[in-house]
Each structure stands twice: as C-alpha cells, then as structure tokens.
Design a protein around this ligand. Structure first.
Ligand code: ASP
Length: 350
C-alpha cells in the first residue's frame, strides 16, 4: 500500500520565526525522515509532494483548490490513498470544495493538519498524520474526509469549531465516519458507496467566483442587502436566524431579495445555528423569505452551501438548474427528507 501526501502548508509544517509561525520549505520531509514512527512496518509507504509556496490556509482561494484537485488526479492511479496537509483555518472550505470538484472519486482523500506544529513536543500533528495515513492506505473510503483529534468527518459536513483546542473540527449534523481509539472503528453504514460506473476520476474546474455569504443581523437594512446582492453576484448563502427566518416586516429588505431573485440570483437559506436544519414553512418570518425567492439550504453547512454554489455555477448551469440541484444531495452534504421538513407547522400557527 502506498499513499501520496500533498503538503499545502498550515501549522503542521510551520517553524517558529520572529513574526510567529511561518511555513518552511523542506521542514516536513526532514521531520518525517527523522521520526521512526513514520517508518514502522505498520505504516504505508509514502511519497511527499510539497506545494510551492506553502500557504497559511487563510491565504487560500479557489485556484488553490484547483491545484490540489489536479494534483490528486495526476497521481490518482499510482497511489492507494491521498492525505492533504492543510491549515485548519479554511480546511473545512477546501474539504467541501474538493468533495464537489472530485467527480467519481473511488479512493480516500483525507485532509488533516494540526493546532501545534509537528516540531513542537506537544504537537497533535503526529497523531493526526499517522492515523490519516493508516486510514488512507487501508480503507475503502470513496470520499473526501477530514481527520482531526481522533475523528474522521465527512469533508462536506465539517466546520472549524475551536480556534485553540485540539478538537478543532466538528460535524454538527452528521456523525463521524470513524473514530480512533485503541482501534480505528469505521462506521461503514455511513460511508458512501463506490461510484457505480467505471468512469475515472474527473475534476470539475473552473469554480465560479461570483458567489457570497450574507449573514443576517437585527437591523440589517434593505440598502445593505441590495448592495450586497448586486451584479456580478450569481449565488448567495443567506445565513438566517433559527430555522431560516429573517426580518419579514422590512419591505425594503424583502424588496432587495425579490429584485435579486428576478435577476436570477440564487439565494440559499442556511441557519446561523450551530446545528439543525432550515424549515422555511415554520414561521411567517421564514415564509416571507421564501416568497421573495429564497430557497432552503436544509442542513448544509455554510462552507458546503457556498462551495456547492461555486461548483454548480462553475459547471455552467443556469439559475433554475442550480436552484434545483441545491436541493439535491450530491455528496452526502445534506440530509434530504430531514424529518422536520415532513412535519411543518400549519400556516396559521406561527
Ligand atoms: N493559520 C493556520 C492555517 O490555517 C492555522 C492552522 O493551520 O491551524 O494555515
């Protein structure tokens, strides 16, 4: 078994400097060469490719997703699995983006990193990397996933949950695909099946950059919403209150949404809440958004909703097709037929 490790940067391979931690070329290879843990018989053979430049993931953009996706495609046949070392700050965005971009994926792609650099004595990096490598080498796992702090999460369900703790990631609306204790236990029932067709891996590129996220807050004005929704915007994730509600008494605000809808802007409602789903029919404040053209993002994470818009518009679909596909589960990113949606309150009960 052999795996491909792509080091894109992030804390795991950083070094201390006078300006704080900075990416350092060649450092990871050197650390791994000198650490016997990585060369024990139970570890797979591995090849490391270092990206140039190594990035703090706060500097990553869709062009970097493209580079990672094509790098996997170019080495796909030669390796059994792929580990992508990545900074934690935007790892959930990259994991979601790659989930959509890598079509017909049949091998494990695992993103991991650490909160403390590998070079430091208290680093969480060795544990995250060793377990990711073992899973990537040994399991049938046709998904993009994220491994951190002993949990393997579906990539398009993961969110960064803690800026300091070792439990940096969570998957609030979907259980972990595996947990690592004395044994690594996979929850095979949850893992997606291998692609049915024999088609080889393809990479969807480009991603369409004309998308965004609008976080609602008490007092948001129609003018602010209107300015945000202006061209070239094609798709927007609206982070709304509770089960997807917004200020339904504000005609200016609703008017701004309705105008954007008329122009074909796809507006996807996700909740600001940590977990749970959107139910636009529950309250008059949600229905008003739906009447202005906003569609439900169900239990999508903001990261998955945004990157799905990048992906669907990138495929060249028009607004109507994008709207329809936003409601379909493509990679396990959303729970369709979420039980709550089947039991909406009657219209007069809000
Ligand atoms: N700023 C770093 C990054 O995202 C943080 C980390 O890796 O934990 O690259």
């Amino acid at each position: 078994m052999s795996i491909y490790i792509a080091n894109t940067g992030g804390t795991i391979s950083m070094k201390r400097s006078n300006h704080g931690y900075v990416p350092a070329a060649g450092h990871l290879q050197e650390l791994m060469n000198h650490n016997p843990v990585f060369h024990q018989p139970s570890m797979p053979k591995f090849f490391i490719r270092e990206f140039d430049p190594l990035l703090d993931s706060a500097n990553m953009c869709p062009e970097d997703w493209r580079r990672i996706a094509y790098d996997i495609r170019d080495h796909y046949e030669a390796f059994d699995g792929f580990v992508i070392l990545h900074g934690t700050d935007t790892m959930a965005y990259t994991a979601s983006a790659l989930s959509f971009m890598l079509e017909n994926l049949a091998k494990p792609v695992i993103l991991t990193g650490s909160q403390i650099p590998l070079v430091e004595p208290r680093s969480d990096g060795v544990r995250n990397l060793v377990t990711s490598m073992q899973i990537a080498a040994n399991e049938t796992l046709p998904e993009v996933t994220l491994f951190f702090n002993d949990e393997l999460l579906r990539g398009c369900r993961a969110v960064k949950a803690n800026s300091e703790g070792f439990e940096a990631f969570a998957s609030p609306n979907f259980p972990p695909l595996a947990t690592a204790g004395i044994d690594i236990k996979l929850n095979r029932r949850l893992i997606r099946p291998l692609p049915e067709n024999d088609e080889s891996l393809t990479v969807q590129h480009p991603m369409d950059p004309d998308v965004g996220v609008l976080w609602l807050f008490p007092g948001i004005t129609g003018t602010i919403a209107r300015n945000f929704l202006r061209p070239p915007l094609k798709g927007v994730v609206i982070l709304a209150f509770g089960v997807g509600n917004g200020p339904s008494h504000d005609r200016e605000f609703l008017g701004a949404l309705a105008e954007a809808n008329q122009r074909g802007v796809v507006m996807v409602d996700c909740t600001q809440c940590w977990s749970g789903t959107v139910k636009l029919g529950s309250y008059a404040t949600g229905k008003a958004l739906a009447q202005a053209g906003v569609i439900s993002g169900h239990d999508l994470t903001p990261e998955a909703a945004l990157t799905k818009l990048f992906y669907l518009f990138g495929k060249g679909f028009d607004s109507e097709v994008v709207k329809q596909m936003m409601g379909q589960d493509l990679r396990g990113e959303m729970t369709v037929n979420f039980p709550g949606n089947l039991h909406q309150r009657p219209a007069n009960s809000s």
